[in-house]
Design a protein around this ligand. Structure first.
Ligand SMILES: [Zn+2]
Length: 495
C-alpha cells in the first residue's frame, strides 16, 4: 500500500493503544472547464475541493456566437444550486455577466472579488440586464406579430439586485479561508480596475495543492493601472491566451499618432474625431491622455465629449479606487488631482444632450460606447458624421469583423446603421496599442514569477484555438512541460 502513515497514541486509564491511518497520497480535487474553452467569452471554471466544495471561477456571459449564444447563456451544464461559492477575477461581462442568471437559478453562496470589481459589477451588470430586457422586447414584438410565444430575458434587473447582495469583498495580497480546506489570495492582474489573479490553496491531511487562475492579464505599460503582479509558486495554472501569438505596438507611438490625428482633423480641417470606445478602461485611458496633452500644451484646447452614461459611472468608480493606479498617474495627480477632467471636457448623460451634439457646428472629439460600435449612442454619431470627408473615425480597440467597427476598419464604402445605408466618406484610422490584454511577451513576463519545472500543468483558456496552439508551443519552449487546451466540459484531477 502506498501513502503516508500517521500513528496516533491514545491512553485511557491503564489502557493505551495506537491507531495507524494510511493517508492517500492524492488529494481529491478536480477542475472542469465550462466556458472560454477554446472561446474568448463565457469564462466559467468549476473547482471541486478535497471536501467536495464546488467553487466557480468566474461566471461570464457568452457573446457574439450568433444563434448559439442565447442557449449557451441559458444552460450552464451544471446545477447552480450545487455551487458553494464564486471567485470573480474582474468585472468584464464575459467574466461576470452570467452571475445574475446563476443567482436566479438558485445559487445562494458568496461571490468573492476585489472592492473595485464589486463597485463596477453593480453598474455593469445592471447595464447588461437593461440590454437583455430591451433586446427581448424587440424580439418579442416580432414574435407576437408572427403568433409565436414570447421569450423571457436571460435575466432581469431584479436578479442583478439579488446577485449584488451576495458579493463579498476581499483585500488584495491577503490569504482568506473560503472553506475549511480552501484559501484564496488576490494579486493585481493589471487588466482593468479591480482585476485580479487568484491563487487558491486546497489542503487535505497536511498535503496542499495550489492553483492560480490568471483571469485576463493586463499590460506592463498601462497608462493608468499598475502592472500585473508576481504570485507565489503554483502546482497548476489556468492561463488566458487572448494574444498568445501577438505583440502589441509601442504605446508612445500610439500617443503621437492620436495627437497627429486630432491636430489634422480638429485644428487643420476644423472637423470631428469620433472614437468608439469601451466604457471602462479605454475611455478613461484616452481621456487621461487628452488631459495630459492639454495640460502639457501638446494640444490646443479642443472640446471633448464623453457620451455614454456607463462611461460616466465607470469614470466615477475609477476615481474612487486610486489604489490600483501606477506611480506615473499618482505623480501626475499631485499636479492635477482629477486626471479624467479638464476645462474643455464634458461628460454627457442625458439623451437630449447627446442628440444636441449633432447640431453643434464646431471641431470636437466625441468618445462614445460601444467599442465595436454595435450598440449605444456611438451609432447615432457615426450615422451623422460618416458622410463628411474631413471627419475621422478612430478605432482603438478590437472589433469583430462583422461588427460596424469591423466593417469601417476593413474600408467598406457604405455601411448599414438602423436599417439604412450610409456612405463612408470620412477617414477611418486605427490605433491598436490600447489593448487591455497582455501580448505573449507580457504574459511570459508575468509567468516569469514561476519555476516552470515545478508547475505540474498549465491549462489554456480564453483564446482562439490556433492562437492557443502557438501559445502552448511558446510555453513549452520556456519549460512548462504539460500544457493543456481543455475542451468545454472536460475535467482534470489536481493532485
Ligand atoms: Zn477582461
Amino acid at each position: 500500500m502506498s501513502g503516508i502513515a500517521t500513528h496516533t497514541k491514545y491512553q485511557s486509564g491503564l489502557r493505551s493503544w495506537q491507531i495507524t491511518v494510511i493517508l492517500s497520497p492524492n488529494l481529491n480535487m478536480e477542475i472542469t472547464f465550462y466556458g472560454a474553452a477554446q472561446h474568448v467569452t463565457g469564462s466559467k471554471h468549476l473547482l471541486t475541493t478535497p471536501n467536495g466544495h464546488r467553487i466557480l471561477l468566474d461566471c461570464g456571459l457568452y457573446q457574439g456566437l450568433g444563434k448559439e449564444t442565447d442557449p449557451m447563456n441559458r444552460y450552464f451544464g451544471f446545477n447552480p444550486r450545487e455551487i458553494d461559492a464564486v471567485l470573480l477575477s474582474h468585472a468584464h461581462i464575459d467574466h461576470s455577466g452570467s452571475l445574475p442568471r446563476l443567482v436566479s437559478e438558485g445559487f445562494r453562496g458568496k461571490i468573492y472579488c476585489s472592492d473595485a470589481t464589486a463597485d463596477l459589477c453593480r453598474v455593469m451588470l445592471m447595464d447588461s440586464a437593461h440590454i437583455q430586457e430591451s433586446e427581448i422586447r424587440f424580439l418579442n414584438k416580432r414574435r407576437i406579430k408572427l403568433g409565436k410565444p414570447v421569450l423571457e430575458p436571460i435575466y432581469k434587473t431584479e436578479d442583478v439586485e439579488r446577485c449584488i447582495n451576495q458579493f463579498e469583498v476581499l483585500d488584495m495580497r491577503t490569504n482568506y479561508p473560503i472553506f475549511e480546506d480552501t484559501s484564496v489570495c488576490f494579486t493585481d492582474a493589471g487588466h482593468i480596475l479591480g482585476s485580479v489573479v487568484m491563487r487558491i490553496v486546497c489542503t487535505e491531511n497536511n498535503k496542499t495543492v495550489s492553483l492560480a487562475y490568471t483571469g485576463d492579464i493586463g499590460r506592463f505599460d498601462d497608462k493608468i493601472l499598475k502592472s500585473p503582479e508576481a504570485f507565489a509558486q503554483c502546482d497548476y495554472i489556468i492561463c488566458e491566451s487572448t494574444y498568445g501569438n501577438r505583440l502589441h505596438p509601442q504605446r508612445t507611438d500610439a500617443e503621437e499618432k492620436l495627437r497627429q490625428i486630432i491636430l489634422d482633423t480638429c485644428v487643420e480641417k476644423k472637423a470631428r474625431v469620433i472614437i468608439p470606445a469601451f466604457s471602462l478602461g479605454r475611455t478613461q485611458e484616452v481621456v487621461y491622455t487628452l488631459d495630459r496633452m492639454t495640460t502639457e500644451k501638446k494640444l490646443p484646447p479642443i472640446k471633448v465629449y464623453v457620451d455614454s452614461p456607463l462611461s460616466v459611472s465607470a469614470t466615477r468608480i475609477m476615481r474612487k479606487h486610486p489604489e490600483f493606479f501606477n506611480q506615473e498617474i499618482v505623480d501626475y495627480m499631485q499636479r492635477d488631482p482629477d486626471p479624467f477632467n479638464f476645462p474643455t471636457l464634458r461628460y454627457v448623460q442625458k439623451a437630449e444632450e447627446s442628440k444636441a451634439l449633432n447640431q453643434l457646428d464646431e471641431p470636437c472629439i466625441i468618445i462614445s460606447a460601444s467599442g465595436m460600435a454595435e450598440a449605444g449612442r456611438i451609432k447615432h454619431h457615426l450615422a451623422n458624421n460618416l458622410h463628411k470627408p474631413d471627419n475621422t473615425v478612430l478605432i482603438i480597440g478590437y472589433c469583430s469583423p462583422e461588427s460596424l467597427g469591423g466593417r469601417l476598419m476593413r474600408g467598406d464604402k457604405s455601411v448599414r446603421i438602423f436599417g439604412e445605408s450610409f456612405a463612408v466618406k470620412c477617414k477611418v484610422e486605427t490605433i491598436s496599442a490600447y489593448s487591455a490584454h497582455a501580448d505573449y511577451k507580457e504574459m511570459l513576463q508575468l509567468l516569469s514569477c514561476q519555476e516552470p519545472e515545478n508547475v505540474k500543468r498549465v491549462f489554456l483558456v480564453h483564446g482562439e484555438t490556433d492562437v492557443m496552439l502557438d501559445w502552448r508551443k511558446t510555453l513549452q519552449q520556456k519549460g512548462f512541460q504539460e500544457v493543456d487546451i481543455p475542451l468545454s466540459g472536460e475535467s482534470f484531477k489536481l493532485r
